[in-house]
Ligand binder design. Structure first.
Ligand SMILES: [Fe+2]
Ligand SMILES: [Fe+2]
Length: 178
């Protein structure tokens, strides 16, 4: 399997969140009530799985290795656009979490921010994923030999296996500093 094959299979799980977000959005719009547990699970998914684990491999490994290649200017521009999109959506997830916290404290206007950020998430990911799956990933693999692709898959495996340790180390650190 090419390293982008693994990233594409992770996209399939991210995509499964989209109809769930849409269903929850319709429910919020109909009832004007927020299921805070749903948002907590969704925020955890987008922070840990999508950002830390998935964008992490894209940015730190795939894009990092591409930096060392003689990238065509249009390919570099595409990569930079993907990095900007990751930063944008990271901000949206943070806003969603903050809006959920304000909602929990009784803020009525938090509902509008929850609606806005959830609907951005539900349209952002299908477009971002299509750019990667159909355009950037196939062309990016052309820069690597079979041996380099195999090494990248191994780097992905190491990255994934370190995540749980790093995550819980951070949690302990947070408690120690709290
Ligand atoms: Fe991405
Ligand atoms: Fe991706």
């Amino acid at each position: 399997m090419a390293p982008t094959g693994q990233l594409m299979s992770e996209h399939r799980l991210i995509e499964r969140m989209i109809p769930l977000l849409q269903r929850e959005l319709s429910r919020i719009q109909a009832t004007k009530k927020v299921d805070q547990r749903f948002i907590e699970i969704a925020v955890d998914f987008f922070r840990v799985y999508t950002d830390f684990c998935h964008h992490g491999k894209e940015e730190h490994i795939l894009f990092g290795e591409l930096e060392a290649k003689p990238l065509l200017p249009e390919h570099r521009a595409m990569m930079e656009e993907l990095i900007r999109e990751h930063a944008f959506v990271r901000g949206i997830v943070k806003e969603l979490l903050e809006a959920k916290e304000r909602y929990g404290q009784g803020s009525g206007e938090a509902l509008a921010d929850i609606n806005r950020t959830m609907s951005i998430l539900s349209t952002f990911y299908p477009a971002h994923i299509e750019k990667e799956d159909k355009h950037f990933f196939p062309l990016s693999m052309e820069y690597f030999s079979q041996n380099e692709r195999d090494q990248m898959l191994e780097a992905f495996r190491k990255f994934d296996s370190s995540i749980i340790h790093e995550l819980y180390r951070e949690k302990v650190l947070g408690l120690e500093q709290g």
